[in-house]
Design a protein around this ligand. Structure first.
Ligand code: SAM
Length: 246
């Protein structure tokens, strides 16, 4: 019998099942995704993304790939910061991309939306100056394949940025945070997005994701150089940075 090594939240599943299960979640919540982000994080996700873009220090004419772009938040914020950079927003989920395209009609932005899988990107080697992935890595079935793809499409000296939920350092905060994400967030999901299960998945997928040190070790093992991380909110969210120096 096949050993079940893959997870959808806490559920052990066959490796072929994770991607469709995750995609079903995002299709179901796509219309409420932005509202839920604002409610769950009390608007702080905007600050985390703003901080990420500050740190990315985007220069004119840079080519940036935003993986798991969802409804396009990062592209719109990057355009406000530097309209002379160019963002390719990639997501596997057409329903999330549709919301992004609607938002693009209201937001001035030069980004393009592409429907593709982070594990198999339709771009040539050495195409992008910066690769950014925000709150998506946790959802990818074959994370290491996606990291290989990140290295492949980055130009030499290109920079990888991963913004993701991680592990708070303070024990007291950790207890409160566990309660908030396992008990409160799914209830907000139930009333606002009419989908408690999707937000139980969010809670469990965060708990199962490698902590700061483990993720750094994975990035180093994959071949990124000068790997570091910056914690936001005591480590509830962490930004991992790595370089392609070959
Ligand atoms: C939590 S949302 C993040 C959206 C946006 N980056 C943000 O920060 O708000 C995760 C997104 O990753 C996408 N995703 C999950 N697995 C993917 C994959 N293998 N390739 C591309 N996108 C993927 C989902 O469809 C979803 O839109």
């Amino acid at each position: 019998m096949e050993k079940l090594k893959y997870h959808f939240g806490k559920l052990k599943i066959n490796k072929n099942k994770k991607t469709p299960m995750v995609q079903e979640v995002f299709s179901k919540i796509s219309q409420k995704y932005d509202l839920m982000n604002d409610l769950m994080s009390l608007g702080f996700h905007r600050l985390w993304k703003k901080e990420l873009i500050e740190i990315m220090n985007i220069e004119n004419n840079e080519n940036i790939i935003d993986i798991g772009a969802g409804t396009g938040d990062l592209a719109f914020q990057i355009y406000k910061k530097n309209p002379n950079a160019f963002v390719t927003s990639v997501d596997l989920n057409l329903d999330m991309l549709k919301v992004g395209l609607e938002k693009k009609k209201k937001n001035k932005c030069n980004n393009i939306f592409i429907n593709a899988n982070a594990e198999n990107l339709p771009f040539k080697n050495n195409s992008f100056d910066k690769y950014v992935i925000s709150f998506c890595l946790r959802n990818i079935t074959f994370m290491e394949t996606a990291l290989d793809e990140a290295l492949r499409v980055l130009k030499p000296n290109g920079i990888f940025y991963c913004l993701e939920f991680s592990s708070p350092k303070l024990k007291s905060l950790s207890k409160f945070y566990d309660f908030y994400k396992s008990k409160i967030i799914p209830k907000i999901g139930k009333y606002i997005a009419k989908n408690e299960d999707a937000y139980n998945y969010l809670d469990q997928s965060i708990s199962m994701f490698p902590n700061q040190e483990l993720l750094k070790a994975i990035l180093i093992k994959k071949g990124f150089n000068n790997v570091s991380n910056i914690n936001f909110f005591n480590g509830i969210v962490s930004l991992h940075i790595g370089y392609k120096t070959i």
